[in-house]
Every structure is written in C-alpha cells, then in structure tokens.
Design a protein around this ligand. Structure first.
Ligand code: FES
Length: 223
C-alpha cells in the first residue's frame, strides 16, 4: 500500500493559500488526550505514529511538515520517524487535496489489466495530472501502489474509502458524474470466489466492454 519503496521522498511545496495559520496549528486539550490514549495502547510511543498522523489528517485535511512535527512532538517521537511514515504511504496527503481523491492502482495486476488506461482517461476527463487537483477543488488523482484488491483489477479507491472494481472508461465516467452530484459509491467488501464454477470463467463481468488496453506495459506473446 506504500507509494514509494526505498526512494527518498521530499515533501511537495505547499501553496501559500493552503498554509495552516499558526493560531490554528494546535491540538485542543481533548485532541491531546486522544493522542495520549493512542500512545498508551503501545509499548513504544512510535507505535502510535500511524494513528496519530491519521488523526491529524482528519483534523487538518492534510499533513504539511508543520502538522507532521506537531504529531511527532505530541507523541514525543523524532520528527524524522513521523516524516518517514507520512511520506511512505500515499494515503497520507502531503498537500491539500480535492474533496474526492481518486487513487488509481497502477501496480502490477492493475497495470496489466489497464490501470494506466484508467489513469489516463481520468487525466483527460478532468484535465489534471496525477498529484494535481481540479480548479473547482472537487477531484485529485494519484497513481498508487497495490491496494490489495488485485483480483478485481483494474481498480481505484475514493478518498481512502470505497473501492471501485473492474474499471472501464464508462464506469469511470459514471463514477465522476455520481461524485459531482455528491454521491459516494457504496462500500463493497472484496471476496474472492472459491472455485472456477463460481468464477463463471471470467470474473470480469464487463470484460466484453473493453477491446484492448492501450498503455504500457504492452507484452508481446511468449513463444
Ligand atoms: S495491483 Fe491493483 S490492487 Fe493489487
């Protein structure tokens, strides 16, 4: 679920308009108590770093360096530890994102099933590149690593929430229309079929709608 492997990641430049004013850059007494409660669940304070960052993201909307530092200070851990975790996972937003963040999986299984086609379709439809947000603040898109639903590739996740499986361009168009009208897709749990019969030969019920995927990787036949 990470996005960056071992590469060294730097935080993006924050648009000055999105900066959190100093007087808002605080946890309330209740929030501090909540963070301490998370901390108390683990033998080491560092154990609470993921929950603490998530908590901060829920409050501030994203995790610029000053928020990462605030969490680290509150938990009493090194900033570098919190920074490392925040930058490792794409689910932690390092810059202000749109209301709906469309995480398109481009990891192996999704990639060979057209994950990049799906990402490129969204780029064209929304007029933004991965990491960018539409001018109306509604949509951000990202290419992300495996989200653990490879059996339903290609897939995406909406704002760290519902998954949308077996993507096609039509399905993406319907999703964007639905989100524009404020309707999130329902949460659907991923269950894998237990045998071939249940699979019905092809789990992609909409496979016929997709002729070929256009974007890499393009594999030749293996003789
Ligand atoms: S490769 Fe896309 S969910 Fe695993």
């Amino acid at each position: 679920m990470s996005g960056h492997g071992a590469e060294i990641v730097t935080l993006p430049k924050i648009n000055p308009a999105d900066a959190i004013p100093a007087d808002k850059l605080v946890f309330t007494a209740e929030e501090k108590a909540q963070l301490q409660e998370y901390k108390s669940r683990y033998p080491e304070a560092e154990g609470a770093v993921m929950r603490g960052l998530w908590f901060a993201q829920e409050k501030f909307g994203f995790l610029p360096p000053e928020v990462i530092r605030l969490v680290a200070d509150e938990l009493g851990i090194e900033y570098a530890r919190a920074y490392g975790v925040a930058t490792f996972y794409t689910q932690y937003y390092k810059q202000k994102m749109g209301k709906y963040v469309l995480d398109v999986c481009t990891c192996f299984s999704c990639q060979v099933c057209g994950g990049y086609d799906m990402l490129h379709h969204l780029e064209e439809k929304l007029g933004i590149k991965p990491g960018e947000t539409t001018d109306d603040g509604l949509f951000s898109i990202q290419g992300v690593e495996c989200l653990g639903a490879c059996g339903s590739a290609p897939m995406l996740q909406v704002t760290n929430g519902p998954y949308v499986f077996n993507l096609t361009e039509d399905k993406l168009d319907a999703l964007v229309d639905s989100l524009r009208s404020g309707k999130m897709p329902p949460f659907t749990s991923v269950t894998l079929p237990q045998d071939e019969e249940e699979m019905g030969g092809n789990r992609r019920s909409d496979a016929a709608a997709v002729a070929t995927y256009q974007t890499p990787p393009v594999a030749g036949a293996v003789e």
